[in-house]
Design a binder for this molecule. Structure first.
Ligand code: RIB
Ligand code: CA
Length: 312
């Protein structure tokens, strides 16, 4: 099989970093480029982080395009308390040697999808602002998008930024509603799935023992990333949400879920940003995504992830 062409839209974030490194380490994927968005950190920071990550992987040739500096309708909501002041705290990152590309992320998505020899898969790891803008600006590209795989949402698990809403969706619920209404095949990787795939206990030491710069950086990021979540949830380890989304694309046999109708609450006093999952199909609306809510073998997911990262 030829490698699957993908564009990764991202707001690095330690778990975004793992997802990007995993994708770059996987020959089955052809990473056409990264597009960055305001999310975990401001746009300048997420863009600089994306450059640092591709260069750490030895893939400085991977183009990075900066996108939306804020959500469609709402104020940005950076979370340095989770990801640190750089957004990828846990490692002493070398400054990026190359700047991002001069074009806009939305133009890159539209032009790349329109001109590529075959359908392109979009992997969305942050607020879906860029993808919504691309679909609004050039709705015809939907026919050339093979699938959108996004990390976001939560239904059975509730939210992680409010009782009802997960961070990526809460930051830009209007964008998520546009994406879910696009008619494009979608795989949603929500907290219902990622919370079933925590990292193995002591995994950061396993990574560090490899000794390569990538693995030492991942070990440091993992340790930093787990601090906030373990304190909040009273757990011993945390899931790398965005890396689980890439894993679900690579190894679908390790995950499970259900095709069903999903919509986004955009006006609820208490529930804005909620992914309203019609699991029992009570609304009569058409299924618009595959909603993953199970991981059969978390240990296998992280074993495969670690083996891939060790190749960089
Ligand atoms: O809720 C987890 C998601 O929000 C992840 O994508 C993380 O990077 C943050 O963006
Ligand atoms: Ca993210």
């Amino acid at each position: 099989m030829p490698p699957k062409p993908v564009i990764i839209d991202t707001d690095p974030g330690q778990d975004d970093a793992f997802a990007i490194l995993l994708a770059l380490a996987t020959p089955e994927l052809d990473v056409l480029g990264l597009t960055t968005v305001a999310g975990n950190m401001g746009l300048a920071q997420t863009t600089d982080n994306a450059r640092r990550i591709v260069e750490l992987a030895g893939r400085g040739d991977t183009p990075v395009y900066a996108g939306a500096p804020r959500p469609l309708m709402r104020a940005p909501r950076p979370v340095p308390e989770i990801h640190g002041d750089t957004g990828i705290d846990g490692w002493d990152w070398a400054p990026a040697a190359q700047p991002p590309e001069t074009g806009h992320a939305v133009d890159f998505i539209i032009n790349t999808v329109s001109s590529h020899s075959g359908p392109v898969t979009l992997i969305a790891l942050g607020p879906q602002t860029n993808i919504a803008l691309a679909l609004r600006r050039a709705p015809e590209i939907a026919a050339q998008i093979d699938r959108i795989v996004f990390m976001g949402g939560g239904f059975f698990e509730g939210g992680n930024m409010s009782p009802a809403a997960e961070y990526n969706i809460l930051v830009d619920p209007e964008a998520a509603r546009i994406v879910l209404g696009s008619g494009i095949p979608i795989t949603a990787v929500p907290l219902d799935c990622t919370h079933k795939a925590p990292a193995p206990l002591g995994w950061s030491q396993t990574l560090a023992d490899h000794g390569t710069p990538v693995m030492r950086a991942c070990a440091g990021m993992m340790e930093f990333f787990e601090r906030y979540g373990n304190a909040k949830y009273g757990t011993a380890t945390r899931p790398l949400h965005d890396a689980i989304a890439v894993s679900a694309l690579l190894w679908p046999e390790l995950f499970d879920g259900r095709h069903c109708p999903v919509d986004i609450e955009c006006a609820g006093e208490l529930t804005t940003g909620m992914t309203v999952v019609d699991w029992l199909r009570q609304t009569g609306k058409p299924d618009n995504c595959l909603w993953l809510n199970a991981c059969h073998d978390p240990a296998e997911v992280y074993a495969r992830m670690g083996a891939a990262l060790a190749r960089l």
